[in-house]
Design a binder for this molecule. Structure first.
Ligand SMILES: Cc1cc2nc3c(=O)[nH]c(=O)nc-3n(C[C@H](O)[C@H](O)[C@H](O)COP(=O)(O)OP(=O)(O)OC[C@H]3O[C@@H](n4cnc5c(N)ncnc54)[C@H](O)[C@@H]3O)c2cc1C
Length: 463
């Protein structure tokens, strides 16, 4: 059903330049990251205040108008994409740092603030934010919370859920719930923020957040090394946890992934030769001023030498500058989409000891059925989180459902979960029951029904 004329005129009355419709809606707002354009939404709303968000929701609730919340549109599960005649509610104009409280070590921000802006504000005030991920320049804090983003530093600081102390949200009927707690301990009844963290815009619109800050980190020490087998990768993970001061990232790239990136990353000279080994990116960063950075560098060098003597590591490089460290990260983070037709992304978690066997079986089964397929395995291994990028390497073949069925059946067999950090959105909705029990799903539906009885918040997503 198209948007009602009455609702549209009520929306226009909320403020100039808040609403646009038809061809005036840039295609960006209905084109998911790395995917073809979705249907154009009924309207695009860009509120400039929290009150405006609440007014919009109140009106949409009265008219039964479906709403898709949008952050920075970097999500990889198509959760922010309109499916039909919803209105898009973009939080992009609701941005800004409202307060940094050095005593509480907190930062209070509006939901549309880009992650990188929050990171920079924290650094300037002598702190570090616990979340970092490749899309930092575009993704928003509201989107990070709505997806419970994981990222590159989860082994040190946890996931987004662990950074959030307080939240402000607008419910489906326009009710504003302000719960901007700054305290680490607050057991006064249910901790309601957890309902919204990871709810992918289906239970409420996040408008503000209070985030925890950590003492500022010194510039990191970054190394890339080659490791012969998946058993060796697990062994050095355990030793890195124990022996490396300030371990912050432990990222693993399977041999095919490294070879592909070395060949396809524009302007890149591979820092280590392409071999059939695993490539492990290790980063350490201690609190600024707590320990001499030379000591951290020395610890990393010593550990690399020990691993080489034990023949677990066969080659390694230590970044001598931030620029070199960025090059090492570029290999891990910058998957060149254009060279991977119909790329299908997976973001699974598995018991860490089973990841090697899972990846080998998965590759074997994929290639047995689609011999030309490119299957790239990489991930935040320290968090048990494996990403897989699969392209059947055939512009005429996009058997997405068949590939998904194969991978998710294996994930279930290995007792993993279909989403580690990207969420369910649209893409993983058909498979949710592989990772949740009927009782869990029933409770999720009860929550949704109770909090959004008209089903206007991001319909067709998650459940
Ligand atoms: C290069 C790259 C690297 C990435 N690396 C990682 C990574 O390491 N770890 C990781 O977890 N993810 C990663 N992602 C995925 C993505 O960046 C995250 O999921 C991010 O948290 C999404 O934020 P966003 O603002 O772009 O949200 P969007 O994509 O706009 O939205 C995502 C979901 O949140 C909902 N939403 C957005 N804002 C709000 C709000 N204010 N209130 C309620 N609901 C809202 C949307 O409806 C949608 O369901 C990566 C993506 C890219 C492109």
């Amino acid at each position: 059903m198209p948007i009602s004329a009455t609702l549209l005129s009520q929306m226009h009355a909320l403020g100039a330049q808040v609403v646009c419709t038809g061809d005036d809606i840039p295609v960006h707002y209905h084109t998911p990251y790395a995917e073809p354009a979705a249907p154009r939404p009924a309207a695009l709303l860009r509120p400039t205040s929290v009150k405006m968000v609440a007014d919009i929701l109140r009106l949409c609730h009265q008219h039964g108008q479906a709403v898709v919340p949008q952050g920075g549109l970097t999500g990889l599960a198509a959760g922010a994409v309109p499916l039909g005649e919803e209105v898009v509610l973009s939080l992009e104009k609701l941005q800004g740092i409202e307060e940094i409280d050095p005593d509480a070590s907190t930062i209070t921000v509006l939901a549309g603030t880009p992650l990188e802006v929050v990171q920079q504000a924290a650094e300037a005030a002598g702190f570090t934010l616990g979340l970092d991920l490749g899309a930092r320049g575009s993704c928003q804090i509201g989107g990070n919370i709505a997806t419970n983003a994981g990222g590159n530093r989860a082994i040190r600081f946890g996931v987004m859920r662990d950074q959030v102390l307080g939240l402000e949200v607008v419910l489906a009927d326009g009710t504003l719930v302000t719960s901007l707690n700054k305290m680490l301990k607050n057991n006064a009844g249910y901790d309601l923020k957890h309902l919204f963290i990871g709810s992918e815009g289906t239970l409420g619109i996040i408008t503000r957040a209070v985030l925890k800050l950590h003492p500022r980190l010194a510039p990191p020490v970054t190394a890339l090394c080659t490791v012969a087998t998946d058993a060796d990768v697990l062994a050095i993970w355990q030793q890195a946890r124990r022996h490396l001061p300030g371990l912050i990232s432990f990222e693993v790239m399977w041999p095919d992934f490294y070879a592909f990136m070395a060949k396809h990353t524009p302007g890149l000279t591979a820092p280590l030769a392409v071999t059939d080994s695993f490539y492990v990116l290790i980063e350490c960063a201690v609190t600024d001023g707590s320990q001499d950075n030379d000591t951290v560098q020395h610890a990393m060098e010593t550990q690399l030498e020990r691993w080489m003597e034990a023949e677990r590591v066969t080659d390694g490089v230590l970044a001598a500058s931030t620029q070199q460290a960025n090059t090492l990260w570029k290999i891990r983070e910058g998957l060149p989409m254009d060279d991977l037709p119909h790329l299908i992304n997976f973001d699974v978690s598995l018991p860490i000891g089973a990841i090697g066997a899972f990846a080998a079986t998965c590759r074997q089964q994929l290639l047995a059925r689609w011999p030309a397929a490119i299957a790239l395995f990489f991930g935040h291994l320290g968090d048990s989180n494996l990403h897989i990028g699969i392209s059947l390497n055939d512009p005429a073949n996009a058997e997405t459902a068949a590939v998904e069925a194969l991978v998710y059946a294996l994930v279930q067999q290995y007792q993993g979960t279909i989403s580690a950090e990207h969420g369910i959105g649209v893409h993983k909705k058909p498979y949710l029951s592989l990772s949740r029990t009927p009782e869990e799903l029933a409770l999720m539906r009860l929550l949704k029904q109770t909090m959004d009885p008209k089903g206007i918040l991001n319909p067709g997503k998650v459940l």
